[in-house]
Ligand binder design. Structure first.
Ligand SMILES: C[S@@+](CC[C@H](N)C(=O)[O-])C[C@H]1O[C@@H](n2cnc3c(N)ncnc32)[C@H](O)[C@@H]1O
Length: 407
């Protein structure tokens, strides 16, 4: 396949917000202008306002709001989790992450030699919900970072438990790890690694990338953080809310400002007709686990930002479609993870939350089925998975990277 070479302006990524802002203004031009972003259509109605200076908040305290929210979130015990209205949905989401991580680690391993290191960055790691996945995948080194200090501490403790267990169990796998608290939308992560020259195989950002779409500066910083430490052939994978699905539901809503059900609610605080490319803020409430502001991710803009940093889109798939794609090979894991609720259709005939299962019942069967309640499915199907591959690059005479995309 002929190699198509794209060159983007090399960017300076400094912590100083004015500099970073100026840099990203330059970076958007000419290859990645907001006009380009607006004109790019992927597959849906594309009514988005152009990015302007006004859309870049100067003194946003959003990071404090988000960090405090996650810091204050208590980890529920097993009994409490079992009682949660979104117990199965959370497990289902966890299964989606497992499938995604397994898929891309498999791609990476197939390009490696036996014994090669497998290094991963878990960007916005939270309390370490994916630690066991990294252990199972036999990675060699993990870097965990999050803006919420309490979460990072918990994540580190969980890791230490895993390592302690590995001392006594021959089935557990030992890997090295490092942890630090950091805002991935404002700070260059590489400078915080124990070895800043380290090249990674995978960067994973689960249920968090959308916080960066408050402004172009922040989104650009987060993408660069994901891209710049990846080896060519490495992947950046993420799960984010699907902005098109959100806008679709908003348009169908009664008041044009909010929608949801018993387990989730999305409420827009500013006008959305059309939404801005960055800073399209809404308040997201998810029963017992999230209650904080988030931002729509305009996907064509994300693709452009990623390309600027040498990341090529490999997949963008809704949770609904990813489930269909993976259910055959992932069914037994999904059941082991309690990702579906076992229900008896003939006992639920009057329950609106399960009315969708009628279509799967043949005759008067008393067989059980695995499903999510309607409310949980509506919440889960708000999300999409995406994956980007790091391309090879060379440097031009000024030392700017020249990326080689194979399309
Ligand atoms: C929904 S949680 C997901 C946690 C974890 N990735 C998972 O899947 O279990 C979102 C996480 O993103 C983190 N976060 C939000 N904004 C961030 C930022 N600007 N920099 C770093 N972490 C951030 C939050 O503190 C929180 O831990």
């Amino acid at each position: 396949m002929s190699k198509h070479i794209e060159q983007f302006q090399s960017s300076r990524l400094e912590d100083d917000s004015d500099d970073a802002h100026e840099a990203s203004q330059q970076q958007m031009s000419p290859a990645t202008t907001s006009r380009d972003a607006k004109e790019t259509t992927v597959d849906d109605d594309d009514e988005w306002k152009e990015e302007t200076l006004d859309n870049v908040p100067e003194n946003s305290n959003m990071q404090d709001v988000v960090a405090s929210h996650y810091n204050e979130l208590k980890e529920a015990g097993r009994t409490e989790r079992l009682k949660s209205r979104i117990f199965y949905m959370r497990n289902f989401n966890n299964w989606i992450k497992s499938q995604l991580i397994a898929e891309y680690l498999h791609c990476i391993k197939s390009q490696q030699r036996v014994g090669d290191p497998m290094r991963v960055l878990d960007m916005c790691c939270g309390k370490g919900g994916d630690l066991l996945k990294w252990e199972k995948a036999l990675i060699t080194h993990l870097i965990c970072t999050d803006i919420a200090e309490v979460s990072v501490e918990q994540c580190k403790r969980r890791y230490e438990d895993i390592i302690q267990r590995a001392e006594t169990s021959k089935f557990a796998h030992k890997f090295t790890a490092e942890f630090f608290v950091c805002d991935s939308t404002l700070v260059r992560l590489r400078g915080r690694f124990k070895d800043a020259s380290m090249k990674l195989n995978l960067v994973s950002c689960q249920f968090a990338f959308h916080y960066s779409f408050e402004s172009l500066t922040q989104a650009d910083c987060m993408v660069r953080n994901a891209a710049e430490c990846l080896k060519p052939g490495g992947f950046f994978i993420a799960t984010i809310p699907d902005a098109y699905e959100i806008m679709k539901r908003l348009k169908l809503s009664n008041n044009g400002r909010s929608f949801g059900n018993e387990v989730y609610k999305i409420e827009f605080v500013s006008h959305t007709d059309p939404p801005p490319l960055f800073g399209a803020k809404y308040q997201f409430h998810l029963e017992g686990v999230v209650d904080c502001p988030e931002f729509l991710v305009h996907f064509p803009t994300l693709i452009k930002l990623c390309r600027k940093h040498g990341l090529k889109l490999e997949r963008k798939t809704t949770f609904s479609d990813y489930y269909k794609e993976n259910i055959e090979k992932g069914r037994s894991l999904l059941y082991r993870m309690n990702g579906l609720e076992t229900v008896f259709p003939n006992r639920l005939s009057q329950n609106e939350e399960y009315s969708h299962i009628k279509q799967f019942v043949k005759g008067n069967s008393s067989r059980s089925l695995g499903t999510l309640s309607k409310s949980e499915w509506e919440a889960a199907s708000l999300y999409l998975v995406c994956a980007f591959r790091k391309c090879e690059n060379s440097f031009d005479r000024e030392g700017k990277p020249v990326f080689m995309f194979d399309d």
